[in-house]
Design a protein around this ligand. Structure first.
Ligand code: PLP
Length: 265
């Protein structure tokens, strides 16, 4: 039987732990067929991003149209988008190809602090993509860049979620993983009516490369299979927790989170 499909619009990670590579293995782990619109080729390893080359915007949009018109897209997500031109092209193309759940992970920089976006691009994500998004999934660094709010506790997390909702997405997930001094990872999901607090254990590991991508693609896979946003996010959190718990060292720097556990008997 033909599986459901999910489209990732994102960059390649030569180290295989984040980006498109994380998205495809996560889609596979969910039994969903992954479709790809590549936006950039990064040169990176466990020590960080050495550089990237972006794909011309018309080639990005052509990839989206090619798969959407022939194979059909049940849900889509964005990761690294590289430039404002690519973002504007993606937004226009999404309007042309119709309705499906759309997750925007506003990737701005790698965890090692390397920019993955040209300068004007974060603003383009906010104005062009957030209003079209079913869900946005910023981490606390991205929340700071987007809203100017520094999240340190539940109250500021809620204020940030409300500020982000004003940019026009249907749902916001403010991930608390980068909050300091907490033993739990508390994420806040809201559509402005429901406020759902999702709490999970904080695992001590150096190896968290690709964590954000893996969570967003797990949520996208569940949405492709017809789950509601709260159910998809709850399942995604359980999935990423296990991937973080089973992350492995690889190279001299930060190793990847791992979905290999899905293959265990
Ligand atoms: N490289 C690519 C292509 C990515 O999409 C991302 C994150 O989205 C990263 C690197 C950074 O991943 P991390 O911050 O988990 O190291």
């Amino acid at each position: 039987m033909t599986p459901r499909t999910a489209l990732t619009i994102a960059g390649s990670d030569s180290g295989g732990g984040a980006g498109i590579q994380a998205d495809l293995r996560t889609f596979f782990a969910h039994g969903v067929h992954g479709l790809v619109a590549m936006t950039a080729v990064t040169v990176q390893n466990s020590l960080g991003v050495q550089g990237f080359t972006e794909i011309p915007a018309d080639v990005v949009t052509a990839q989206i149209k090619a798969v959407a018109t022939d194979m059909g897209v049940n849900a889509a997500k964005t990761g690294m988008l590289a430039s404002a031109e690519i973002i504007r092209g993606v937004a226009k193309t999404l309007d042309e190809i119709g309705e499906f759940p759309f997750v925007v992970d506003p990737v701005a920089a790698s965890m090692t602090g390397h920019a993955l976006l040209r300068e004007d691009a974060l603003e383009a994500i906010r104005t062009e993509l957030f209003p079209r998004a079913t869900l946005i999934t910023p981490n606390l660094d991205e929340v700071g860049l987007l809203t100017g709010i520094s999240v340190t506790d539940e109250e500021s997390q809620r204020a940030a979620a409300e500020a982000l909702l004003d940019f026009g997405s249907r749902w916001v997930l403010v991930k608390g993983g980068h909050m300091r001094g907490t033993t739990e990872c508390v994420d806040l999901l809201t559509d402005g009516r429901q406020y759902i607090s999702l709490s999970g254990p904080r695992y001590v590991t150096e190896n968290t490369h690709g964590g954000g991508d893996t969570l967003a693609s797990a949520i996208t896979a569940s949405l492709a299979k017809g789950a509601s946003v709260p159910d998809a996010v709850a399942a995604g959190k359980k999935f990423i927790e296990r991937c973080v718990a089973e992350a492995y060292p690889l190279g001299a720097g930060v190793g990847p989170v791992s979905p290999f556990w899905v293959l265990s008997p």
